[in-house]
Design a protein around this ligand. Structure first.
Ligand code: 5AD
Ligand code: FES
Length: 348
């Protein structure tokens, strides 16, 4: 029956709640392999063997929020805080552009230092210099008006993971954020015209299979262009420091399911996945993921953007992420695509 259900999902991109629950409860080794195979076939049909590269610039680790799982929450006094100025950000982009990147992802904590005017200035500068480049912004929950300003300044895409589609769990792990606002932000971003990225963590303490099904159903409804899925990983300075993290296996299953529910989605093999297993990203790619986001932040600040313990690509090896990841992708049997890599269903 597992095989039947996976076939149904493969053909129709849909399942009933009970069917999905059945898969999660009974998948087993054989079912997992079959699921991964079908997810792989789907990605090959839709995007081929290409893996899109995005250059990630983590430009501020100041954050006013207090997400209790996250290492850079406002409560954490052990963080060495930094902000990159316009010139520093442009230097990262210059380097990235020379390496071939045509998407820059500007990510940061919710940091009021960067007013809307400052963000617009940064965007306009980058867009002006690199006309063939897409910008993805990821700076958290903002008003409709702010999102509109960034969009008009030239931002193409916006990443805002919903983190979990269980309202109860969401509110347990966010001290000053509410679920309705988070979800409203995502709908606002869609309405304005961004390519939108939502997403969630796998293995959050107390998260259930039903919660994960809610994530899939919510994403099916939102129909975003991108979905970021990574394992929860404990951070030493948070209340979750002694908790278990999400597993490679569970994360891979969710990636493969997402590929089947949303065949056109851009699905990153996340840094968190690469952190919990030396070949986590490769396994993610084999299960339907088709994006990687190597770090372009200045080497000196990378360790400070510490959302969870053990983050890869922060040490001496980090200068070489571009080459490292290319090798890894090719060894896994896929090819690197340096183009803007828009969602193929996308029309502005
Ligand atoms: N483990 C895994 N992922 C985390 N994030 C934040 N903290 C953690 C953690 N401890 C993820 C969130 C956020 C993204 C930028 O990083 O999902 O949206
Ligand atoms: Fe960063 Fe391999 S991708 S070191």
């Amino acid at each position: 029956t597992i095989k039947k259900l996976i076939n149904k999902l493969y053909k129709s991109n849909e399942l009933e709640w009970e069917e999905l629950l059945y898969i999660l409860n009974h998948i087993g080794e054989y079912g997992k392999e079959y699921l991964i195979q079908k997810a792989h076939e789907t990605r090959m049909k839709v995007y081929g063997d290409r893996v899109f590269m995005r250059g990630l610039i983590e430009f501020t680790n100041y954050c006013k929020k207090g997400c209790i799982y996250c290492g850079i929450g406002a409560f954490n006094k052990n963080v060495d805080r930094y902000r990159l100025g316009l010139e520093e950000i442009l230097l990262c982009c210059d380097e990235g552009y020379k390496l071939g990147y045509r998407t820059f992802v500007l990510q940061g904590g919710e940091d009021n230092f960067y007013s809307d005017d400052k963000i617009e200035e940064i965007i306009e500068e980058i867009k002006n210099r690199y006309k063939d480049t897409a910008i993805t912004l990821s700076i958290g929950e903002k008003s409709y008006e702010s999102y509109e300003k960034y969009f008009n300044a030239g931002v193409d895409r916006y990443l805002l993971r919903h983190e979990t589609a269980s309202k109860e769990l969401f509110e347990k792990i966010h001290t000053n954020s509410n679920y309705e606002n988070r979800i409203q932000c995502l709908w606002n971003l869609k309405k304005i015209g961004y390519q939108v990225g939502a997403g969630f963590m796998v293995g959050i303490p107390t998260q259930t299979k039903e919660d994960l099904i809610k994530d899939i159903f919510f994403l099916k409804e939102l129909d975003p262009e991108m979905v970021g899925i990574g394992p929860f990983i404990p951070h030493k300075d948070t209340v979750f420091h002694n908790e278990e993290g999400g597993t490679l296996e569970d994360t891979i299953i969710m990636l493969a399911l997402l590929r089947l529910f949303l065949p056109y989605v851009l699905l990153p093999a996340t840094t968190a996945l690469g952190t919990i297993h030396p070949f986590g990203r490769e396994q993610g790619i084999k299960a339907g993921a088709n994006v990687v986001m190597p770090n372009l932040s200045p080497i000196g600040v990378r360790e400070k953007y510490s959302l969870y313990n053990g983050k890869i690509c922060t040490g001496d090896e980090a200068a070489e992420c571009r080459g490292c990841i290319q090798n890894r992708i090719e060894k896994a049997g896929f090819s690197v695509d340096m183009s803007r890599g828009d969602n193929i269903k996308w029309r502005r």
